[in-house]
Design a protein around this ligand. Sequence first.
Ligand SMILES: Cc1cc2nc3c(=O)[nH]c(=O)nc-3n(C[C@H](O)[C@H](O)[C@H](O)COP(=O)(O)O)c2cc1C
Length: 498
Amino acid sequence: MTDVSDDGSQRWVRSQRAAVVEIDEDILLVARDGTVRKLSGESAELAREVIAFFARPRNERELLRHLEVIAGPLGDRAAVVRQLVALLAEVGALTRERDEHAIPSGRGANVVVVVSGAIAATGAPAFVIALQRRGYTVEVVLTHAATRFVAIDALGAIVQREVKTSMWPTAPHVPVPHVALAHWAELVVFYPASATMLSRLAAGDFSELGSAIALTTRAPVVVVPSMNVDMALAVAVQRNLEELRADGFTFVSGVPSQEVAEAPAVRTTLAGAAPAPGEVAATIDALRTAGLLKRRDVDPAAPTTLWDGVYRRDAKLLPWVKDRVDDDIAAALAHHAPPPGRLLDVGCGLGQIARHAAQRGYRVVATDISEAALGVASRDAADTDIVWVRDDICASSLAGTFRVIVDRASLHVLPASRLHAWAISMHRLTSPGSILIVKAHRDGVAGATTGWSAERFVSLLSGFELVTQASAELPGLESPAPIPSILAVLRRRAGELL
Ligand SMILES: Cc1cc2nc3c(=O)[nH]c(=O)nc-3n(C[C@H](O)[C@H](O)[C@H](O)COP(=O)(O)O)c2cc1C
């Protein structure tokens, strides 16, 4: 029997399990192994009362008091009540109360669920709900075929966001979904993945939204294939699975099914249909909590080589490199986001801001696209706790949020095609109240940097409000001659979605 705490203070509550069945006046308790116990007469009545009482979390002592109020002193019957509680717990009708203060394991992590056209798509709503219960924030993408298996409106109501089915943005100013979601996602799950979807992923086919996200993102991608055994056995499917494993995709395997075409004695057991939604959610959550989900390889085509080449020259002679932090950035930090707290120095170059911040007491993460820059910066700051990370801020692998992010002269060298990705990273790496300090050329240098204004920052960073702006100066890329610039301080607003 399930152990019920001796002092009766353990709180129980009704579970989601369909363990209690009512037929006529009887109550049937169906255990997980299929065993059925029948309660009739007074036992069934008592069971009804007990089950109703545990609609809210309560302990055994409270139950006994409640029964005495309605039926008088229980005497020896208290032992029967205790046995009944233990029985209900054993069959899974009652579950231990969840610690209301426990933080759900997902902690708001962003998950894109891609639903493709397999019969298991009918379980997608339950899968999404199971992730949400664990604290994940979910966006849903449906293939065209999947829309015939599951209702968009139902999924939209569950996630309280627009369900995406197309590569095309809904309005010209809205980011393109596959780029935005690929950057937003901290995890992508295909529940279920059809045989066709496996083929798209293996072939690098970007013509459909779900596969385009999975092939673009750096987040871990979990694939839950679902198909009948004959399809699963097809040589092409097996080849695709093998390639996808080699490409770093993670597979949660399906419910074993049997190849019934074989004689019973030699039947093999194969992965086929997707496991139940709740099971997959629990497995993925456990893998993520244990840190076992792999991120995808960093894109070798990212502009590392360009900046490595630049910093391999005598880095200290580069026009924009100074040996100390800019006074206006130091003042903005002290005024708008004084230490302590986590600070991210984006595009840190030789690390002047990072060193200044570490000395003031921030916990500093400093990133740059160039290994060469980080090599010099970290050598010059060997006695600090700064964490130096090679990272492309437009496809950042950083996790968690920062109290303050400083971008000095990185945003203005990005091409227009990467600005949304930069903004999405700013959003993902901050939380309401976080401060963003950006310093960029106001007029730009033709062909090398772009020009910025307060209005342009505000329109790019929809979740932020402008706190203050000031005229400033930055050196050019080719010459130290000062170029009119802007220093803007922005604050992340509460409750803003992308
Ligand atoms: C009723 C029905 C059930 C299907 N079930 C599956 C399935 O479980 N697994 C699968 O891979 N394909 C299944 N298919 C075939 C896919 O729907 C089909 O290959 C489709 O093109 C997949 O497209 P998608 O990957 O874009 O969603 C089924 C088709 C129908 C009509």
